[in-house]
Design a protein around this ligand. Structure first.
Ligand SMILES: [Zn+2]
Ligand SMILES: [Zn+2]
Length: 96
């Protein structure tokens, strides 16, 4: 397995298909529609308020605020550094 060592400039210039350096991704599966989406790329739902805001699924657009476990502290842990860089203070355990 020695061929194809590293991406070529042509592949990079091709644009879009390869991994984007500096952009972290975290694929999760929506609890409602079961589709996978990039948690970091998903928009915040904007509910916020007294609880932690949640992300909206890129497929069905539903956020987690209405999830029965969302206000249960045992379903939360401190966000890892990668999550903090993406605006998370805490991490909802069903979205890891
Ligand atoms: Zn969904
Ligand atoms: Zn919400």
């Amino acid at each position: 397995m020695t061929e194809g060592e590293g991406p070529t400039d042509a592949a990079r210039a091709n644009g879009g298909a390869g991994p984007v350096r500096g952009h972290e991704r975290h694929l999760v599966r929506c609890l409602y529609c079961r589709e996978a989406f990039d948690l970091f790329a998903a928009p915040w739902c904007g509910h916020g308020g007294t609880t932690h805001p949640s992300k909206r699924c890129l497929h069905c657009g539903r956020c987690l605020c209405q999830h029965p476990s969302y206000e249960d502290p045992s379903f939360w842990k401190e966000a890892p550094p990668a999550f903090k860089r993406n605006g998370f203070r805490q991490l909802f355990l069903l979205y890891v």
